[in-house]
Design a protein around this ligand. Structure first.
Ligand SMILES: C[S@@+](CC[C@H](N)C(=O)[O-])C[C@H]1O[C@@H](n2cnc3c(N)ncnc32)[C@H](O)[C@@H]1O
Length: 337
């Protein structure tokens, strides 16, 4: 090994050790009740130790490590919880342990632990999942609105948001386009949540829901300016994607646009996230997969769209990308940011 290789090996070693270490510190803090005790205020290590029935010195060391990882903030002698704990709630409160614990079985059997791509099973899980996804997708949705000129070049939109989840994509676009109207398709229980967020964002009057499967609900023919399919292609087979694209084509006005948003490989600072996402998808779905943008673009062309353009979305988690295509004649390129 030359010295550059040795340094690289050492760097990888420290990265692995620190990732594992922080994960273990996080789990220990959660299991011992320290994270819960931190909620809603400032606490010293001594106060937290007393509250949780723990020893002061270990708690103090634990908090210092959590501080370096951005999970708590230390000011003088006091600690306060950081907003990241908002994401680490619900199914994510234990860093998705249930999936990772299943990984050895997946390696042996090749069988997923869940079938979230199965409509019956998926609808049980998606309220929780889509709620967590909302905060994770918000920076990407805001960036995409800017990249596409929503509210500027594209405005007064009638938006169809399929597999809307929390409604984060359509709603973010509608906040940029004050005349936009949204029709969200998803399962009834998921749409209740989307409606709640629409109301919170002051979009209640411009939001309507269409409950049921996006493969089956009746869609107004040539009724929409923009159809959004965000984070749904990866739940479908190739045949499912083609069927969905054909339906969206028929639902769009001539000259309307389709926006496909999904996880793609390729952004250097998102490659770990994209690979782990792909593995996680295999653990929780039967046929879910990360498609490449070339395949999705080809299928858009095959279903009648013209000039599909792919752009990575350059914000955290650096895994998201968009494909924008037109029902009709080719369109000018998307502006670079
Ligand atoms: C991964 S989530 C994406 C949610 C949202 N678009 C986002 O990006 O945050 C997938 C969503 O598609 C919905 N979904 C999956 N299959 C569906 C189907 N056949 N019909 C309607 N909705 C479906 C799920 O309920 C879930 O809300």
């Amino acid at each position: 090994m030359n010295s550059a290789e040795q340094l690289k090996a050492l760097e990888t070693y420290f990265q692995l050790m620190s990732m594992k270490g922080i994960v273990e510190v996080f789990h220990a803090a959660r299991r011992a009740g320290v994270l819960e005790a931190l909620a809603g205020g400032r606490h010293t290590a001594a106060a937290l130790a007393a509250k949780c029935g723990l020893c002061e010195k270990p708690v103090s060391l634990l908090l210092r490590a959590l501080n370096t990882a951005g999970i708590v903030q230390m000011t003088g002698e006091e600690y306060v919880a950081m907003p990241v704990l908002g994401f680490l709630s619900g199914t994510y409160q234990d860093l998705s342990n249930q999936y990772w614990d299943y990984l050895p079985s997946y390696l042996e059997t090749g069988l997923p632990m869940q079938r979230m791509d199965d409509p019956e099973e998926g609808r049980k899980h998606y309220v929780e999942q889509a709620r967590s996804l909302r905060g994770m997708m918000l920076p990407s949705a805001m960036a995409a609105a800017g990249m596409l000129g929503i509210g500027a070049q594209l405005k007064n939109l009638s938006i169809l948001d399929v597999g809307a989840g929390s409604g984060v994509w359509g709603q973010t676009f509608a906040l940029h386009d004050p005349q936009a109207r949204i029709t969200a398709i998803d399962w009834p229980n998921v749409l209740e949540m989307a409606r709640h967020y629409a109301g919170q964002a002051g979009l209640g009057e411009r939001f309507q829901s269409l409950p049921g499967s996006y493969h089956e609900v009746e869609l107004e023919s040539a009724g929409y300016d923009l159809a959004i399919a965000a984070n749904v292609a990866h739940l479908e087979t190739e045949d499912g994607v083609l069927r969905l694209f054909r339906r969206l084509h028929a639902a769009l006005k001539p000259g309307g646009h389709v926006l496909v948003v999904d996880v793609f490989h390729g952004q250097p600072n998102g490659e770990i996230n994209a690979s782990l996402y792909e593995l996680g998808l295999a653990l929780r779905t039967g046929h879910g997969r990360v498609f490449d943008h070339e395949s999705l673009s080809l299928w858009l062309r095959e279903t009648g769209f013209s000039d599909p353009q792919y752009r990575p979305i350059p914000v955290t988690p650096f895994t998201m990308g968009l494909i924008f295509a037109r029902r009709g004649l080719p369109r000018p390129p998307i502006a670079h940011d």
